[in-house]
Design a protein around this ligand. Sequence first.
Ligand SMILES: NC(=O)c1ccc[n+]([C@@H]2O[C@H](COP(=O)([O-])OP(=O)(O)OC[C@H]3O[C@@H](n4cnc5c(N)ncnc54)[C@H](O)[C@@H]3O)[C@@H](O)[C@H]2O)c1
Length: 330
Amino acid sequence: MHKVGIIGLGFIGKMHLGSLRRTGMAEIVAVADKNPANLGQGAAQGGNIALEGDLSLDGVKTYSDGDELLADPDVEIALVALPTSLHKEYVLKAIRAGKHVMCEKPFVRHSEEGKEILSAMKGCDKNLMVLQCIRFWPAYAKAYDYVQSGEYGKVLSAHFVRNSPKPTWSWDNWLLDNPRGGGALVDLHIHDVDFVNYCFGKPDKIEAAGVKLPREGVGDIMALYTYQGGPVVTLHGAWNFMPKFPFRMAFSMSLEKASFEFNSMVDMNLHVYPKEGGELVPELDSADGYLLEDKYFLECIDKGVKPSIVTPEAALESVVLGEQELAAMA
Ligand SMILES: NC(=O)c1ccc[n+]([C@@H]2O[C@H](COP(=O)([O-])OP(=O)(O)OC[C@H]3O[C@@H](n4cnc5c(N)ncnc54)[C@H](O)[C@@H]3O)[C@@H](O)[C@H]2O)c1
């Protein structure tokens, strides 16, 4: 069993408390949060996705700050689930403390911070993975496999959507504070930016337009990525939808020999419409992307290999693409 300490036990920290245990490969030995209410049993749950698994803190050491957790020799892996503007500080501290590191997406608030982390990682024999969960989400992972295999020919166009009501759960409302959260562009839309980068690489041209809100930054963004000789890709991310609007992630792709459709408001399947024959609904892993990314990270440690599905370099590229979109909006 791998011994994990979670720094930041808000929405996504609790999600990993449950998903790491669901892997059956990890024991949560410690958690750290500066808000004592989050260290109590059954603490309130925020977020836009239901939490799953065992969320109890029985037998788990609780610390009021991340430094104490990192000084704990029982902790083999540190999972950083703090507000984005604190990722750099705690990822660097965790590396220096000799821990394997899992860091929530986005890797960092600004790309310069990511470059510092990559320098600090040089020669480091520990693993660092940014938790870009969409690369592991079964319908997305299946579409990625089809694209890479070429089974249905080249991708001609693709469209990605991520819409949600405003996130109101965060500690000190940091998510709605642009210097700390980066708005919907850096926090929400980055999932699709990262997946597009994973599937198609860096585009040759980026165009973008959106809605900037006074305190929180970009609330709504539409981006157009063009690849010479490759697909044209649109991405829409917005979190200024009405409070009762259900969180939605969706995509469609048009390939030479098939069309793909995924819409979380309908179901979690990938629907494939080949040129010939009827609709196919490939069987997918029944687990969610959180469990699958956690399991993958632990398996990489067991095998003594660096995670290759999300490298720190790739996670940094996605932050840079987000910055290029912001510049294109101006
Ligand atoms: N992968 C996903 O789907 C997903 C979903 C939500 C959030 N996230 C990411 O996870 C990170 C956290 O987001 P969240 O929604 O869980 O936020 P949150 O506000 O719910 O949780 C952050 C927690 O950190 C604690 N904290 C703040 N400063 C601290 C400090 N110095 N030391 C210790 N604890 C401290 C807060 O008390 C809070 O409990 C962000 O980077 C966010 O982008 C990822």
